[in-house]
Design a binder for this molecule. Structure first.
Ligand code: M6R
Length: 637
């Protein structure tokens, strides 16, 4: 029975920000600062730390700016506390400032709170607390948590911090991952979660809390996932038996002890989250693409065809799929566009691709045979998660293609394909993009094979061609000089146009997004054939136009578009296949790719556009890994 999904959608709001907490035998500050550095992808307009010393005093150090500025500031403090919490912020309520930076304290500085999320009813809670005599210092929503806990401690909770936090969360509307420390509990940390991610872990020397497992890299591989509505008490007591000194107890929202918290293991390569000699993470992540793809392709072809066991879907269910919805945001949405063409061409299943932020407010046609595929590097993008929940509620099966193990997307989906690209730190997505495209190729081949639309021989041929892609990317990487040489075309420009047809239109869109986000240069992508319906008016002498025109079935058509812009004075930078004399004559700059099947060219060609964006951003003096206003994981709708 076909069902129309109505415009009913629970709001899943969360602000970005990253939090970390520690209590244990060692000094807390090194872990807190390192953890914040790792979580800086979640936001970086201000940062702060609260340290709890033996002497029953909380020291709060916070500032506007990046974690590096906080680290500098912390050097001035000669403190060695072993318990602390810390925060890196992406402002939603209250401008970025020293005062609004977390942690936030209660009226008397007896407790300190960090928070990732949004307290939607903070205004009414604040009014109530102010009326009760509480004194607020910031304009943030978070500060109400500190005062609410303080108020509860005085009243019903009678000094019991877990109960006070539990009562506070029962009054709050919105989303949160919270960590709290209190002066009279020097070896304890209290946390709560609803809607924003929070993971916990213990080692022989301490107990840890973090927004994301990456902050725990090199510390442990066994992690507790605090579930929505749960709270936890983290403690360290040197007098307990060895192995028991650090302890985590998890509680449901009603205070009942959770006997078996949800746990998972991470397969770490700790070096993957460091720069390893590269000038920035983006450079490193661009270079890592061949290896990431090889890893993903390992053992994917067996005698039975493409191995995609993760899909967890029977041949009968595949045969019954009536439509696939692919939902994603930003760069991951561009992967969806490529995936649609591959699935429709090879498996002959109709595919709809939607940007999650739009999809969530549209009516969608879902039957019990509809498959929803969400694509998300971080697995934490609020809009994408909301789409998955909407599709689940409508009865569709949800498959997540994601990079982050144990992410919300991975946990909530019915099936997960991990793209195994390794930690992607730079805000501009590169290796996750190409790995997600490769995962989409595998999905398309798998579906084509299982639906009988592609014979085993052809599947094998296409897989073998796919296995050559990493080598071809390696070849493109050696041609970075071509991208650097093209940089002068952009340095004084106000805007740039990216054109392409078919797969090339998506590569153009991704190239324009990369350029915008890291160089702050306006760039617009347009299907090349549509250009004459408007954007051609932009072209003037020296206007940079990047044309994606590899040797594919639309090459001749796209060449006509190159002629059109050239005739109007544009500076033409063309992504073309080796030895294309015609294009060489028409172009001012060439970004050349080796010959490859056209369905794999988007995976190879985009590497040039990633490098081009990076060189332009460097020439314009921009911060490559942390572009202004952006965060890696967009956990706000
Ligand atoms: O983690 P996700 O793939 O869900 O993120 C989606 C977008 O926010 C992301 O791709 C964004 O567009 C990147 N910064 C692009 O480089």
């Amino acid at each position: 029975m076909r069902k129309v999904w109505p415009l009913r959608l629970k709001k899943w709001l969360a602000n970005m920000c990253g939090i970390v907490g520690y209590t244990g035998k060692d000094e807390a500050l090194p872990f807190l600062i390192d953890g914040l550095m790792t979580l800086e992808y979640r936001g970086y307009d201000s940062a702060g730390v609260a340290l709890l010393g033996e002497k029953g005093k909380i020291e709060q150090i916070k500032c506007k700016g990046r974690v590096a500025a906080l680290a500098e500031l912390c050097k001035k403090f000669d403190t060695t506390p072993t318990t602390g919490i810390a925060h890196t912020r992406w402002a939603t309520h209250g401008e970025p400032s020293d005062t609004n930076a977390h942690p936030h304290a209660d009226c008397f500085g007896t407790l300190s709170v960090v928070h990732n999320g949004i307290i939607e009813n903070y205004q009414e809670l604040r009014a109530e607390l102010e009326a009760a005599g509480h004194n607020f210092k910031s304009t943030t929503d978070t500060e109400v948590i500190a005062h609410l806990v303080e108020e509860n401690l005085k009243r019903e909770a009678k000094g019991d911090l877990l109960l006070a936090l539990q009562l506070a969360t029962s009054r709050m509307v919105g989303s949160w991952a919270i960590a709290v420390i209190k002066v009279d509990a020097p070896h304890e940390l209290y946390v709560a979660r609803s809607g924003s991610p929070l993971v916990l872990a213990t080692t022989d020397t301490g107990a840890y809390a973090a927004s994301d497992v990456t902050a725990l890299a090199g510390i442990t591989s066994h992690v507790i996932n605090l579930e929505d509505g749960q709270l936890a008490h983290l403690s360290y007591d040197a007098t307990r038996a060895k192995g028991e000194q650090a302890r985590i107890e998890v509680f449901e929202s009603d205070g009942a002890l959770v006997k078996k918290p949800d746990t998972f293991d991470i397969d770490w390569d700790a070096s993957a989250a460091t720069m390893g000699g590269y000038p920035d993470f983006m450079a490193k992540e661009i270079a890592e693409q061949p290896e990431a793809i090889r890893r993903l392709l390992k053992d994917r072809l067996t005698k039975e065809g493409i191995r995609l066991d993760e899909l967890n879907i029977s041949p009968k269910e595949i045969a019954a799929i009536d439509r696939i919805y692919i939902v994603a945001c930003g760069t991951s949405y561009h992967v969806g566009l490529i995936a649609r063409t591959l699935i429709e061409t090879w498996a002959k299943i109709p595919v709809v691709v939607e940007q999650a932020s739009e999809f969530n407010y549209e009516e969608v046609l879902v039957t019990q045979h509809t498959l929803c595929v969400i694509i998300t590097q971080s697995g934490e993008t609020a809009d994408t998660l909301a789409s998955a929940r909407k599709m689940h509620a409508a009865g569709a099966k949800v498959l997540a293609i994601t990079n982050v193990i144990g992410s919300s997307a991975a946990r909530e989906a019915d099936a997960v394909v991990y793209v195994q690209a390794g930690p992607e730190v730079s805000v501009a997505s590169t290796k996750a993009y190409t790995a997600q495209m490769v995962a989409s190729v595998l999905l398309a081949l798998f579906l084509a094979e299982k639906t009988g639309m592609m014979g085993p021989r052809e599947v094998e041929n296409k897989f073998e061609e796919l296995q050559r892609v990493p080598d071809l990317i390696e070849e493109v990487l050696t041609r970075a000089w071509q991208d650097e040489a093209a940089t002068p075309a952009f340095t004084d420009a106000q805007s740039a146009l990216f054109l392409g047809r078919s797969f090339g239109a998506t590569t153009a869109a991704e190239g324009a997004l990369k350029l915008k986000e890291i160089s702050y240069l306006h760039a617009e992508a347009y299907p090349a054939g549509e250009m004459k319906h408007g954007p051609i008016a932009l072209i003037d002498n020296g206007f940079p136009v990047v044309v994606v025109c590899p040797d594919d079935h639309v090459r001749y058509k796209t060449i006509s578009n190159i002629e059109e812009v050239k005739a109007r004075g544009a500076t033409v930078i063309t992504l073309a296949t080796d030895n294309d004399q015609k294009i060489a004559q028409l172009s001012d700059y060439l970004l050349l790719v080796p010959p490859a099947p056209e369905y794999y060219t988007p995976i190879i060609g985009v590497v040039h556009l990633q490098m081009l964006a990076r060189f332009v951003a460097l020439a314009r003096g921009c911060d490559i890994d942390k572009p202004r206003n952006l965060a890696k994981s967009v956990t706000v709708e």
